[in-house]
Design a protein around this ligand. Structure first.
Ligand code: CP
Length: 314
């Protein structure tokens, strides 16, 4: 099952189609483990993984920890709020000290784009990006693609519309790269102020009209308005944003009848998605969360199980 060459998982931009499919196939084989009464296999017994979160997280941190534990690895969690980072220790020194305790892999979330790549150049163990600034969130992209593939049985040719705060979204970037490499037709939609200036360099269609994005969509991924990253005003009020870009049970009728409604979480209920759409029959938001564990099991397994032979990359 392994035959994985790369040491780190930093981006989906740096993976090719075969590598993405390799992770998806591995996740498929791990999914069943979480349905057992004893949710544990010995695949990573004896391995220790450090989980460094310099930003808040519910889904990613918990699901990486569950994934590691279901593979029998030990996990140590380091939170910036209770670590020596508060005393001024640098990210690199923090990571080197953790590596000196002989951990076998490091998972990192950081507010600065590029922090995982910097770390990977300074340590010799696999580094997994759990979200870096507005850059990438590769395991979220992988779990989204996994969920779409489970539901639609394919990715190629699907119209996938990503709606909302594209500018600040690492989830959007990972999904754009991953989905387009697998042949999906990706459309991004949001107010012009929430589209990155370099968006034309990405393999996407760009629209500012929500109806255009929803028309005929197979999948709609709504993104959270990231108010914590907005130091200036990108739209007049949340109410106006929601009126123009909020997805509800009326405008979603423009999409295909079997459209999938997705969201990486956390959701601002009633802003990017109406309550009835979040909890409605087309929503797969909680299935994304469930699948996140299998996808992260696959990533940990592929990177750590053969770490002795994996070459450094990306
Ligand atoms: N989707 C996601 O990254 O959620 P968390 O911030 O809760 O980890």
């Amino acid at each position: 099952m392994s035959d994985w060459k790369k040491r780190d998982l930093l981006t989906l931009e740096s993976l090719d189609k075969d590598e993405i499919n390799h992770i998806l196939r591995t996740a498929e084989s791990f999914k069943e483990i979480s349905t057992r009464s004893i949710k544990k296999v010995p695949a990573l017994r004896g391995k220790t993984i450090a989980s460094l979160f310099f930003e808040a997280s519910t889904r990613t941190r918990t699901s990486f920890e569950l994934a590691a534990k279901r593979l029998s690895a030990d996990v140590v969690s380091i939170h910036s709020s209770s670590s020596s980072v508060l005393k001024g220790e640098s990210l690199i020194d923090t990571a080197r000290n953790i590596e000196a305790m002989r951990v076998d892999g490091i998972i990192i979330r950081h507010s600065s784009a590029g922090a995982p790549r910097l770390l990977s150049a300074k340590v010799s163990v696999p580094v997994i990006n759990a979200g870096d600034g507005a850059h990438e969130h590769p395991t979220q992209g992988l779990l989204d693609i996994f969920t779409i593939k489970q539901k639609k049985k394919k990715i190629e040719g699907l119209k996938v519309s990503i709606v909302g705060d594209i500018l600040h979204s690492r989830v959007a970037r990972s999904n754009i790269w991953g989905l387009s490499k697998l042949g999906a037709k990706v459309c991004v939609c949001g107010p012009a102020t929430l589209l990155p200036p370099c968006i034309e360099k990405f393999p996407v269609r760009v629209v500012t009209n929500l109806k255009e994005a929803l028309a005929g969509a197979d999948v709609v991924i709504a993104l959270r308005i990231q108010l914590e990253r907005q130091k200036e005003r990108f739209f007049p009020t949340l109410r106006e944003y929601s009126r123009e870009y909020g997805i509800d049970k009326e405008n979603i009728k423009l999409a295909k009848r079997d459209v999938l409604i997705m969201h990486p979480g956390p959701v601002n209920r009633g802003i990017e998605l109406s309550q009835d759409v979040i909890d409605g029959p087309r929503s797969v938001i909680l299935e994304q969360v469930t699948n996140g564990v299998a996808v992260r099991m696959a990533v940990l397994y592929l990177l750590l199980q053969k770490e002795e032979t994996n070459e450094s990359i990306s």
